[in-house]
Design a protein around this ligand. Sequence first.
Ligand code: SF4
Length: 439
Amino acid sequence: MKLFNKFYNMKVGIVDLSESSAEVAPLDARLVAEKIGGAAVNADLFKRYEDGDPLILGVGPLTGSFAPASCLSVATFLAPRFGNLCHVPLMLRTGPEMKFSGIDFLVIKGCASSPKMLHIDKGTMNIVSAEHLVGLEIPEAVQALKKDPPLSRSIILTGPAADHGVSCASVSTGMRGSLDKAGMASRMASKNLKGIIFNGTGGLPFAEDNLNHKETIERDLFADKGHGNEGFLSVLEKIGIEDNLKKIIKKTKWRNMACYHCPSPCISSVEFTWHDPRKNSRTKDNIFLSDHMGFSAMVKKAGKYVLPLLKSCLRFGLDPVAAAKRLPEDGGLPELLSAIEEMSVTPEGPEIERESHPIGEIPVETHNLFGGGIPPVLPDELWGKRVCLSMILGVCPIFLLLFPQTSGIDLLKFLAKDEHDLELLEEVLASSIQSILED
Ligand code: SF4
């Protein structure tokens, strides 16, 4: 099936950090014909390179395309926190920049002898020193990288928590955090890999009628007059957060923001004022809210202190869900901030964190399979199938959960028009979804 060629560069980057080598190789066309892309291809590459304890990144055929919310790349690895193979979604511009940088999949194996960054820039890959970034808080590290040529368009970075071997470390996409609750940051730290930078070109040429198809899908979505968009709050509503806790951000000044080609933002940038106990003064601050599970866990634990505490997690590269669990009960803000700072430098034992209760209606194993950060906005089986669909095609899982009326066939129509090709694609997609859920 040659349907995918114009949706991929047909290139895979192979990096061996132990050997300090990086090469760009042709992508096996049979593999994408059999698996389509994203997490399904990643899982296959993981098995092929299993001996090198690999971290795999991959995009789907629709990543960076005209499809709605086509922002996704997927990281696949053995999750240190859950002990299973897992697929972590990375949103914002990470997927399109990866694809536009000239590769579709990236296999990172081995371990470097000192901290390294990986630069992927218009089809070339370089491993460079990252010694100067170790110990820096995430915003400082991002600033340092932005001074470095070439211009950094999309950065995946670990923070001080990963540097110190903290198990609940979480990767950050730029300064904006991520939904990594599985230990991608720890997996990177175990390889002495501080971060990955993608610098893309202008994009890939997609089929001419894709733009019309995108407009048709979006028109149908928003024909529902009842559809309102409250950004970050729209997902909080779906996961059932109490009104008094929601009010904490309702009272602040906020504006909604969207990832690449997303017509319905679920992210908000929030301005807030708080009393910073370290400076003993009132401070104007802002925070980028994209982690609904993280907000929900932190606000339930710390109420009105949620925003400065989340900001602190972002600075150190910590997962707020795990951080909230470890915070003392009934602490004041100075005590809670100190606890987070302490957490970010204190490695724990290698215990595997296994929850026993479902997340919403989702069995915990299914939830952890996708990094532990995707909100449970649909019931069990439907949730798993929609998330798989997104993780294979390269479309945001939260968008597909919020809009179940956008079907798999609607998305496949970006890839093929011919009835026979579409039938074939549907069969391959169903079997890829099954293989991810059963792996
Ligand atoms: S639904 Fe939210 S996370 Fe997904 S693409 Fe849109 S803004 Fe980004």
